[in-house]
Design a protein around this ligand. Structure first.
Ligand code: HEM
Length: 196
């Protein structure tokens, strides 16, 4: 949640001094809760390791052994990435919207064409194609579960119900923040699909 929260000051770096208290408090609250959970998990794992239990295949052990966890978007030292020179101290934001609209990667990217994923050209298991789950070492650990639940839920909604828009409802999707959201909540009428 914190990662996709938008701080408008990022778009106007010269206004960085301007306070944005609600965002900062929100991030602080999430950070406290995350730290409390992580501290407990790490504590439990450390106890298991100290007792000699073999926990080498656990995710937390892996993270503990590689504990120099590097945020994806901050360059600690001068580095080369994809042929670009990134000076130390730079913050890097990946333009996922731009990647998803890249015509070299996607045929008619602006069109809603879920059928495109039937083609072998678009491998739905290729996590880097959409970056929906992030990437690298900190990639979403629940990606498989997220994919399974989302696909199953959407499939069931489509199979079990007939969908139609409320009268005068129009397709007014627009991009707000970092994700695409409806400008106004969509009102749809669902009826149970009794045909099958
Ligand atoms: C469709 C559903 C989901 C989406 C779109 C999603 C997306 C993401 C994204 C974008 C990240 C940040 C990755 C990065 O920093 O590169 C993330 C991290 C994470 N997600 Fe998910 N996620 C989903 C479902 C889940 C589920 C079901 C779980 C757990 C059961 C989960 C657990 C996590 C955890 C633990 C992290 C932090 C990983 C780390 O920092 O090492 N996610 N997720």
């Amino acid at each position: 949640m914190g990662a996709i929260d938008v701080d408008w000051r990022d778009f106007f770096p010269y206004l960085r001094w301007f306070p944005n208290k609600s965002l900062e408090m929100n991030i602080e609250r999430m950070d406290k809760r995350r730290k409390a959970v992580m501290k407990t998990l790490i504590g439990q794992q450390e106890k298991r390791i100290a007792s000699g239990e073999d926990v080498s295949h656990s995710y937390v052990s892996f993270m503990l052994s590689e504990a120099k966890v590097i945020p994806l978007t901050y360059a600690h030292e001068d580095t080369e990435l994809g042929g670009y020179h990134i000076p130390a101290g730079s913050e890097i934001a990946i333009n996922i919207y731009g990647c998803s609209m890249d015509k070299k990667q996607w045929d008619e990217p602006e069109k809603w064409k879920p059928d495109r994923f039937f083609s072998s050209e678009y491998d739905s298991t290729d996590m880097y194609k959409t970056m929906a789950f992030g990437g690298g070492k900190r990639i979403c650990t629940g990606s498989q579960q997220g994919m399974t639940i989302s696909c199953m839920a959407i499939g069931r909604f489509v199979q079990e119900f007939k969908w139609r828009l409320m009268e005068r409802e129009k397709d007014d999707v627009d991009t707000l923040g970092l994700t695409s959201s409806k400008l106004n909540p969509m009102c749809a009428i669902l009826t149970v699909n009794l045909q099958d």
